[in-house]
Ligand binder design. Structure first.
Ligand SMILES: C[S@@+](CC[C@H](N)C(=O)[O-])C[C@H]1O[C@@H](n2cnc3c(N)ncnc32)[C@H](O)[C@@H]1O
Length: 273
């Protein structure tokens, strides 16, 4: 039976997808150090058939095509695929759920930049990706380490948390979302169970410039990422105070070259056979 990712489809076809499309340039600049590390590990070759999963607005698909690969980008978000198509006609951008996606020919490489942590049934979805690879095919993706290792995303969320209306039970950290693959052992288990071999997780860290100053950083964080989701839940009365707290937390990381905060990812690689 086809996997149901309706919740994520709704999320990425509504405000989140439109915001990512609107902020595409800024987000690609922000994520570049992490992107470059993932692309280096993928080492795409001229003529290889590559699938970019959860390709969003297409930045990494375009980079893979620039290396001479034949690239398909698949994503569940209409607004983001539309943005990607407007950026390049060299890549074939496909609006589809990667968990249920079928291809006419197998791929040599499946790549993803932060696009594989949103499946309702990750093992089933990765089994589908495994089936899309040829016998010698490889999988390379980047995903986030835990929030504690990613102050660039968690500092704002922590600052606004005390202003949230009611204490809700903490969500399961493995629920679909940016940090679903933070636990390396969990990722390894998913990949083993979906048929992959030669599984490797390498830690990569970088310092990101999240804004020119605290106000600029806050503007971005109120629109995308986990802090934006938290802030959407704030009641109007608490909003000003919460934003002040977030601005203060970000200002503490101001340097001569803007607000600088740490990020940590896993570079995950595996082979189909
Ligand atoms: C954090 S964004 C990353 C986008 C892009 N890879 C980038 O780095 O800019 C996650 C992406 O995964 C996509 N996505 C989520 N679930 C998906 C699914 N089941 N199939 C295909 N894409 C999915 C979202 O629409 C979104 O574009």
């Amino acid at each position: 039976m086809a996997q149901d990712n309706t919740d994520q489809a709704n999320y990425w076809n509504d405000r989140a997808g439109n915001t990512w499309a609107e902020l595409q340039d800024r987000l690609d600049t922000l994520l570049k150090p992490l992107s470059d590390a993932g692309l280096r590990a993928a080492n795409a070759q001229h003529g290889e058939r590559v699938l970019d999963v959860g390709c969003g607005c297409g930045d990494t698909s375009i980079a893979l095509a620039a290396r001479g690969a034949i690239v398909h980008g698949v994503d569940i978000s209409g607004p983001m695929i539309e943005r990607a198509r407007a950026r390049s006609s060299e890549v074939e951008f496909i609006l589809a759920d990667a968990a249920n996606f079928a291809a006419a020919q197998p791929y040599d490489l499946i790549f993803s930049r932060f696009g594989v942590m949103f499946f309702s049934d990750p093992t089933d979805a990765f089994a589908n990706l495994h089936n899309l690879l040829n016998a010698g095919g490889r999988l390379v993706f980047v995903c986030w380490q835990p929030p504690t290792e990613n102050p660039w995303m968690s500092v704002t969320g922590r600052a606004v948390a005390p202003f949230l209306p009611v204490t809700q039970p903490p969500p399961d950290p493995r629920d679909p979302g940016p940090f679903a693959f933070a636990d390396a052992d969990y990722v390894r288990t998913i990949l083993i169970d979906s048929g992959f071999n030669n599984i490797q997780l390498d830690s990569f860290t970088a310092t990101l410039q999240v804004g020119t100053n605290a106000e600029d950083a806050l503007k971005l964080q109120t629109r995308v990422g986990p802090a934006a989701r938290v802030m959407a839940e704030l009641e109007d009365s608490a909003r000003t105070e919460a934003l002040d707290a977030a601005r203060g937390a970000l200002a503490a990381h101001q340097s001569a070259s803007g607000v600088q905060l740490g990020a940590a990812i896993w570079i995950v690689s595996a082979t189909a056979a």
